[in-house]
Design a protein around this ligand. Structure first.
Ligand code: HEC
Ligand code: HEC
Length: 280
């Protein structure tokens, strides 16, 4: 409800008082006033910016938000229906989510303002061209995955991955096992095809309460105010968190992969994928 109100008030501001908008509040430029929806009326950034946003989206967002923005394998919501996208003009609202994260969405603190504007421009371009038709967006969504430098990827692998993996051990034959380059890329970036949940890699939580009780179990949900876990005997336990109480320690085998989300650049991603592609 509060979000609805916010959406309404921002839309009203944009529609009726563009001249009084604050200085740092970007203005919506209408290029196509006869279109049915505001998303279709807006002026889009230049094609090269949209293309850059496309590239960033495919690498950083597609796995969770899907190839056509309607939601993906890793549980991101449909961005075509997102209020945040609706109120966003030039990346200021989308950028807040990218930089700060939201819920289980990781933070991308390596995104520059240009990156944010490009990804936002791409999302708006898809929305502008697909809304109302329900068809697949016409912007070319295919990314040529195998554009990297395998030798550079190997150097990166030896530095950043070999403490946990080996291409003659656990990752031997990885590109035969996962022959689609796009899935291979998503798999190594995410740390597996099923990150969590049934059959996936799980995070263990140790919770120590003030009364001296210690519980160990599989982490179910965790945020600033709440933690829930399932202990080995199958009992569900949950706690409200206030600051440091109860004390929580997490053992997340994929912690490095979660950090990588934020650290990896496009070229590193392409290089490592090109290298792994040679591991038949
Ligand atoms: C690991 C999965 C994951 C990745 C990667 C990811 N997201 Fe998200 N995103 C989510 C989830 C889950 C939510 C919903 C969070 C919540 O509100 O609980 C979300 C929410 C959002 C929202 C807000 C939607 C709304 O209306 O509240 C935007 C905008 C968004 N993501 C954009 C992006 C962009 C752009 C990228 C790439 C730079 C990205 N996301 C990468 C999972 C992801
Ligand atoms: C701190 C340890 C650690 C580091 C560093 C690390 N990973 Fe992982 N990785 C894991 C764990 C844990 C898993 C999940 C293992 C499993 O599913 O058995 C995983 C899973 C994977 C998988 C999926 C394996 C499969 O068989 O499906 C790939 C591929 C992968 N990592 C590649 C990489 C690459 C490439 C790097 C470096 C950029 C890297 N990892 C860095 C710990 C790490």
């Amino acid at each position: 409800m509060r979000r609805r109100l916010k959406v309404l008030s921002v839309l009203i501001l944009v529609w009726t008082f563009p001249a009084t908008a604050q200085e740092n509040q970007p203005e919506l430029v209408i290029a196509n006033p006869n279109a049915m929806f505001i998303q279709q009326q807006r002026a889009l950034p230049p094609l090269e910016v949209i293309e850059r946003g496309d590239d960033l989206y495919q690498v950083n967002c597609r796995l969770c938000h899907g190839p056509d923005l309607r939601g993906g394998d890793q549980g991101g919501p449909n961005l075509l229906r997102s209020d945040v996208v609706l109120v966003d003009i030039a990346g200021e609202a989308i950028g807040e989510v990218i930089v700060q994260g939201q819920g289980s969405m990781p933070t991308f603190n390596n995104f520059s303002n240009e990156d944010i504007a490009a990804v936002a421009g791409y999302i708006h371009a898809i929305k502008a061209t697909s809304e109302g038709q329900g068809s697949t967006p016409p912007v070319d969504l295919e990314l040529d995955i195998l554009v990297g430098d395998a030798a550079a990827g190997e150097r990166y692998f030896n530095q950043e991955c070999s403490s946990c993996h080996s291409v003659t051990g656990d990752l031997s034959g990885i590109s035969s096992r996962i022959s689609d380059a796009y899935i291979l890329q998503n798999t190594w970036v995410a740390g597996g095809r099923r990150q969590s949940g049934r059959g996936g890699v799980q995070t263990t939580a140790t919770v120590s309460t003030q009364s001296g009780e210690t519980l160990v179990g599989r982490l179910l949900r965790y945020d600033d105010f709440f933690i829930s876990l399932r202990t080995e005997d199958g009992t569900y336990r949950s706690f409200t968190r206030r600051g440091d109480s109860p004390r929580v320690e997490l053992d997340d085998p994929l912690y490095r992969h979660r950090e990588l989300w934020a650290e990896l650049t496009d070229s590193t991603i392409h290089d490592v994928t090109a290298y792994l592609e040679t591991i038949k």
